[in-house]
Design a protein around this ligand. Structure first.
Ligand SMILES: NC(=O)c1ccc[n+]([C@@H]2O[C@H](COP(=O)([O-])OP(=O)(O)OC[C@H]3O[C@@H](n4cnc5c(N)ncnc54)[C@H](OP(=O)(O)O)[C@@H]3O)[C@@H](O)[C@H]2O)c1
Length: 248
């Protein structure tokens, strides 16, 4: 079945062949990049089919993979969490700056994330990271030390925008990173593929984990577009900034 347009409230896709190849994103703020998240989830909200901590391979089908690569291409840079980097080799276009968020730096420095383009690889970590590990990282990547004990994500986004001139940042998860960015108001859009599969399992991560918003509070999202292919749905949402309280 071909890719089908169901709803599109944007002017970004004059014809369906160019879906997710071009965006009229709003202007990026001065103090942080405009951040768009991309995730793929089963109908029951799970982001993995294999073992917890493993790669997300197989969750999305071919069109999801195609759109995922297109989103990487349009971003000025991509960011992911240390656990997602540990899960598999991570591949980007060679010219794409790529940023991994970590406390420990506990991942292979032979991951293609680093070896494909060492001058484009950034490790975003607390400035008090263990010295030996920091030196090893500095031998293969740029080390950005921001915050103590953990990265101060608001300050990190400011650095990325103002010092690296990254205006449009793709956040590729996982759920832990998403769960830290969301309550800080650092996420602007969510691209989410819902794939026609069920997984179950309490330990399998969802799309956004962490402590979440306080009881009865939520962030509304506005649907920007929705496409479909072979039972998979490709949602694009704007994440609103004003927290709302649900009626009790
Ligand atoms: N289906 C999908 O779309 C999708 C997308 C992405 C990932 N995944 C899957 O999700 C799993 C990983 O997700 P996850 O939620 O477990 O982990 P994650 O979000 O990928 O990474 C969590 C890690 O990020 C680092 N981190 C987070 N906040 C930090 C902060 N403020 N300061 C410093 N470091 C910070 C820490 O790294 P260190 O542990 O290195 O210190 C932390 O353990 C993998 O299995 C992956 O395959 C699925």
């Amino acid at each position: 079945m071909p890719l089908t347009r169901l709803i599109d409230n944007t002017a970004d896709t004059p014809n369906i062949e160019c879906l997710y190849t071009h965006f009229n994103f709003p202007q990026a703020p001065q103090d942080r990049p405009y951040v768009f998240v991309n995730m793929v989830s089963t109908v029951d909200g799970k982001t993995l089919l294999g073992d917890v901590g493993g790669s997300a391979v197989g969750v999305g089908d071919a069109t999801d993979q195609l759109l995922f690569r297109r989103l990487q291409k349009v971003a000025d840079a991509a960011m992911l969490g240390g656990a997602t980097l540990r899960a598999s080799h991570v591949l980007y276009p060679p010219d794409k700056p790529r940023i991994v968020l970590t406390r420990t730096g506990d991942f292979s420095l032979k991951n293609r994330f680093f070896t494909d383009a060492p001058d484009k690889a950034y490790v975003l970590a607390p400035k008090d990271m263990e010295t030996e590990r920091r030196k090893e990282i500095e031998a293969v990547a740029h080390f950005l030390g921001i915050g103590e004990g953990g990265v101060d994500l608001t300050a990190a986004m400011q650095y990325i925008r103002q010092e690296l001139n990254i205006r449009y940042l793709l956040c590729e998860g996982g759920a832990t990173v998403n769960g830290q960015m969301l309550p800080l108001g650092l996420l602007d859009e969510l691209f989410i593929t819902i794939t026609p599969k069920l997984k179950g399992g309490g330990a399998v991560p969802g799309v956004i984990e962490g402590v979440g918003l306080p009881s009865h509070q939520y962030l509304p999202v506005s649907l920007l577009s929705l496409y479909h292919d072979e039972g998979e749905f490709y949602f694009r949402y704007r994440i609103e900034k004003e927290v709302r309280t649900a009626r009790r």
